[in-house]
Design a protein around this ligand. Structure first.
Ligand SMILES: Nc1ncnc2c1ncn2[C@@H]1O[C@H](COP(=O)(O)OP(=O)(O)OP(=O)(O)O)[C@@H](O)[C@H]1O
Ligand SMILES: [Mg+2]
Length: 487
């Protein structure tokens, strides 16, 4: 690999070391200057442009570690490699804690020096890219509040929010899990004149209808057993503000009717009450299923669907806006780096490649978790592919196709078995018929795979040259089917 040409300053008082290093580095294409004392070295640095410094730990006029401090003050991103004699390794290690990039010992190995310099240059490049992305984030053109995104789809979204936020119009936000629906709902609120009033989230799922309704509308004293005191509902609490229905598709049909009334009349009654209460609320709803399909299946009221669907925001899944991944990564590196007191973290290009190749079924939330984990586990300022979880790296191109349930439903078990069969056959195919390898590809135990092959009566795929016998044609079909060689 030819290194990108760059300029290196060597600060060492031993001429012989300077000369040897200079010859080595010049031979590899770098421009090199040398200095014999700390004072001279710092002067050179102040005058010229350097991409890396090799710094002796023991200089005649000052300790290398102090010089390192001065260099850090001049340029926090300049990679500094310490040169040390065997006796002083401890101080060199201390220096790396103080921001030296690396150290090597005298007498040095040429390969080691070149490798360290190459890494240092790569890191400098990373830090530069990192800073550019950070600047973009800071400039605010690639974000709206806490929502990060520079892709055309996200910019269009920011535009829509900015234009539609000031009105009271109902908004329906659709998107897969983890795409940022709640963030977008909050942005609508924040960019409206209601921003100083309440933003109330209703988790529409899994509450029994009675409880959900008493939460929403409140109740009067004695409305039901246990209603000892009157209680205000969420609609009243959200008055003049915004009410956000998360997972609106889960709301029971009977409650949907009552919700429709509030949207149309802007009034309701507490449970057990006779007095109508007027409210001024903005309603935002979110769903991670296709609400139209739920409606067509008869589980969501058509009139409510059209009432909600005045402004519809479709949040793109992360795999459809992968150009946002670097930006999001930096955002989360900053966020979790700050929390863990690990400033200046960067992701190496191979690690980023893995993130870019993955299909992100859990969207931004999943990416955030992956970065948080990497930050917590990282022991130096670079995050490499080793800190990316296996499942992210494992199957870069694999994507589960979108699932559409027809209106007359499906035979769940048959469909699932059909899928299992197809994946097993595909894995056997990919493994050249070797069961053990196929089991590895599927991350299941070979015995489990073998059982499934038997259960589903899967035709063993023979290695080339062998005939594709069906199990029952096997001379001894009572024993496990010999699919390929079981090395
Ligand atoms: N564009 C984005 N920029 C920054 N963070 C984001 C973005 N999108 C999502 N997140 C983060 O991902 C996580 C999930 O976001 P959020 O809760 O808004 O998703 P959701 O679509 O409501 O998911 P679910 O359907 O599972 O409720 C949050 O921690 C949020 O901060
Ligand atoms: Mg949510």
């Amino acid at each position: 690999m030819t290194p990108s040409p760059g300029s290196i300053l060597i600060i060492d008082d031993e001429d012989i070391i300077c000369e040897a290093l200079e010859a080595l580095l010049v031979g590899d294409g770098y421009r090199v200057s040398t200095a014999g004392t700390a004072a001279q070295g710092l002067e050179r640095l102040a005058q010229g442009q350097y991409d890396a410094v090799l710094l002796d730990l023991m200089l005649p006029d000052r300790l290398g570690i102090e010089v390192l401090d001065d260099i850090r003050r001049m340029d926090d991103e300049l990679p500094v490699v310490m040169i040390t004699a065997y006796g002083t390794i401890e101080s060199a290690v201390a220096a790396t804690k103080q921001g030296a990039f690396y150290y090597f010992t005298k007498p040095f190995k040429n390969d080691e020096v070149l490798a360290v310099i190459r890494n240092a240059f790569e890191r400098r490049q990373l830090v530069r890219e990192n800073r550019e992305l950070r600047n973009r984030l800071r400039a605010g053109t690639h974000r709206m509040d806490a929502i990060i995104g520079g892709s055309p789809k996200m910019k269009a979204l920011f535009d829509l929010v900015a234009r539609a936020a000031p009105s009271r119009t109902t908004v329906l936000i659709q998107g897969e899990s983890g795409t940022g629906k709640e963030l977008v709902a909050q942005a609508f609120h924040r960019h409206s004149a209601r921003s100083d009033k309440a933003f109330i989230t209703v988790n529409s799922g899994n509450l029994p209808p009675d409880l959900l309704e008493s939460n929403l509308f409140g109740h009067v004293k004695g409305a039901f057993t246990g209603a000892v005191y009157p209680k205000k509902g969420l609609f009243e609490l959200a008055d003049k503000g915004t009410i956000f229905f998360d997972e609106i598709g889960n709301i029971p049909l009977e409650t949907q009717a009552k919700l429709l009334r509030v949207i149309q009349e802007r009034e309701f009654m507490r449970l057990g009450g006779v007095e109508t209460i007027k409210v001024d609320v903005r309603i935002i709803a979110a769903t991670n299923v296709d609400l139209r399909a739920v409606m067509e299946a008869g589980r969501f009221r058509e009139d409510l669907f059209y009432r909600l669907n005045v402004i519809m925001v479709q949040l793109p899944p992360l795999r459809e806006r992968k150009d946002d991944i670097p930006l999001l990564v930096h955002h989360f590196l900053d966020k979790y780096g700050e929390e863990s007191r690990k400033p200046g973290l960067v992701l190496t290009p191979p690690a980023l490649d893995r993130l870019l190749a993955y299909h992100w079924p859990g969207n931004v939330r999943e990416l955030e978790n992956v970065i948080e984990r990497a930050v917590v586990l990282s022991s130096d300022r670079q995050i490499g592919p080793d800190l990316i979880p296996d499942h992210v790296s494992a199957n870069p191109t694999f994507e589960v196709p979108d699932v559409v349930i027809p209106s007359d439903g499906i035979q769940f078990r048959e469909v699932i078995i059909g899928h299992e069969r197809r994946y097993i056959e595909a894995a056997l195919e990919a493994a050249g018929g070797v069961q053990k390898k196929a089991a590895e590809l599927l991350h299941i135990k070979p015995t489990t795979l073998n059982e499934m092959i038997k259960r589903y009566d899967i035709l063993p795929r023979r290695p080339k040259g062998a005939a594709g016998l069906r199990p029952e044609d096997e001379p001894d079909s009572g024993v496990p089917i010999p699919v390929g060689e079981e090395d």
